[in-house]
Design a protein around this ligand. Sequence first.
Ligand SMILES: Nc1ncnc2c1ncn2[C@@H]1O[C@H](COP(=O)(O)OP(=O)(O)OP(=O)(O)O)[C@@H](O)[C@H]1O
Length: 778
Amino acid sequence: MGQIEESKVSCVNILTCHRELLVSRLKSIQCILDNLLACDFLCEEEVEFVQRTATKTDQVRKILELVQCKGEEACAYFIFIIYKVCDAYIDLQPWLKEINYNPSEDVKVMKVVNTDPSNRYCEKLRHEISRDTGFIMSYGQREETRLEDLYTDTLIELMNDSNESLGFLESLDQLLGEHAVFNPQGETIYVMGDAGVGKSILLQKLQNVWSRKELQTDAIFFFKFRCRMFSTFKATEQISLRDLLFKYSCYPDHDPDNEVFDFILRYPEKVIFTFDGYDEIQEDLDLMNVPESVSPEEKAHPLQLLLSLLCGKLLKGSQKVLTARTGIEIQSRVIRKKVVLRGFSPAHLKTYIDLRFKDQEQRELVLVQLEASPHLCGLCSTPLFCWIVFKSFTHLHTMHDSFELPETCITLTGIFLMLSEVFLSRSASPAPSLLKKRTRCASQTFKTGLRPLTAFAKLALQGMERGSFICSQEEITACGLTEEDLALGFLRAVSDYDASESTATFEFLHMTLQSFLAAFALVLDEQATVDSILKFFTECSRKRERSCLPLNFCIGGSSKATEKKPFTPNEHLQFINLFLCGLLSKAHSSLMEHLVSPALLKKKRALLKSYLSNSVKIHLHGLPYHDGNEGRKVHVLPNFLWMLRCIFETGNNDIAQMTAKGIKAGFIKLGFCNVYSGDCSALNFVLQHRQKHLGLDMDNNNISDYGINQLRPSFCKMTIVRFCVNQLTDSSIEILAEELCKHKVVEVLGLYSNHITDVGVKLVAKIVEECPKLRTLK
Ligand SMILES: Nc1ncnc2c1ncn2[C@@H]1O[C@H](COP(=O)(O)OP(=O)(O)OP(=O)(O)O)[C@@H](O)[C@H]1O
């Protein structure tokens, strides 16, 4: 068939010939009526006449009759509207192709405005998402930075279903694309990463880019949810999918015929969902009795809707991005592709510093101070910790003359104490100009701020005890917090959770901050019995495994439900334990003694020490040791890492020594344990007490050059040195060459899949040449 040009083939005839098809496929008439009216092909009365007609098909029939009555030009314009507003008339696009439609020059100059409800809704979504995602929030809602001024790329590793690396994401568009999809039937793109590594910010960036029409996708609807919202509903509460989308996300205006929802149901592939923080609703999912399927019309508990969406039982074909902390596994049949966030590489960190410090003098100062502390650099590879360190630096540096970033081994507790000091100093300070260049006295700041600190800590603990990350105004008031206290910055107001927006809801600035404050509450409490400080260790040890849920898979390992596991990965609680170890450490005793009675502090410290020693013994005793060719070896689980982190926070050499001695194997395998550079200080802290030689396999982690630097003192006793797939560059090989050639005990060296150039290769050759015991090189 030749091309149909309106000049040759009459559009009146086309409408007559294809009338039946048009009546059945034209689902939305709003935009057609608006444009016909705007171009004076129809008058107001005619439009009203159409609208008064009862059914959609009759309305279409009426429009066809009217335009055909008006003649050729009106019919040509009618078809042109369908051609121009292709998203709304998606069902008719194949038909236009079939008839080889090509608009005439006359009609091409006519204006068509897309007033389709779905399009208007898309515009509304873009507008709201753009407004909501434009800023990275900090310090309550007082200080905000534009996302585009501070967003820095991070390392995003693509994985297959066996958690083997498939390389790194090159652009955000690749996240949704087909690249590295290992299960085409799966519906969910799974984004994993440690606390504070930037999962929420990545989603925020994705949402923001979509709202600016800069994301390569033809999705026209975007719904963003935070998983914690789903646990705010009562167990008996039920809502429809329509309400979930419209009431809890964004409401479509001027859509009397429900066309937007119908469109979503018919074209789910035009929808993107993001669900942030799946780990936060694990407990609630455990308690759910999840039915097989949910229909789009039926009401169900929001958690059931969520699960049905993720599995593809609802809106099959829509794109879903789900984030969760590392260690939370979901069934692979649901996962389409998987990415793991690895935080800032050294180059990213440099970019972040450039963006963060516009003032050159300050920037250089920070660079020099960071250079002096590879351990701090390691911590700063996690964007959250980096943000805290730099925020504190900026604040404390402007306030006090001699403030410098801590050179020695600052712990995570140290970092969060610094952040709290910054928050509290905001209330203590009358006017910044008067205080400028005052001598810094952290304990004084904490003493002055003890009342609000205690209240925030209590609130954080109460939330953690009931597994909740949000709190109401009533709970805040009940803890004794005032309006002024809220301005300090520990909490921020959120509006996402309540469709009616009638009551104010708050959450801690970051979940890890809530864990930190909960630990603070345990230390500050002078009423509760001393052993209550251990409640989260106990809680972790009796966490049962979950395996029966549609999306859940077992968490971290294979031991039985009844088994005692003091270091089970359950991150929110693990962080409380970690901070407890830090707050009760000797390093912070002089500060804490200003806040709690020294006698009580001593009791708590002694109890923690004895508990920790005991738990470490049990843990080490229960490790799966294997005797093989390379001697006795042990493949530890992520729990081992939490144990090391806790020990490092205590700074207690006795426990570290006991741990080093307690490792009965000559070869530790820490492969695939999600070790990041900051952890290497903890590992080194224990290994420095080890007398005997040791093999260490840390393949497939994320330790980077900063980690190697931290492990430097331990290389003297390492016989097996495996750091394959670890983001190492030549500068790591330089350290290895120096240390291994000095001590000459290395027997096995594994370095494949890193970023080593010819320079590094030469250094490896030097190791081969100078280390006589080296028998295996990978
Ligand atoms: N790509 C990035 N560029 C700049 N800053 C970032 C980036 N990613 C994270 N940050 C900073 O780190 C903070 C924490 O990040 P985010 O909340 O995304 O972590 P998360 O992985 O979602 O943590 P959690 O699992 O604890 O919820 C952000 O508020 C921001 O200040």
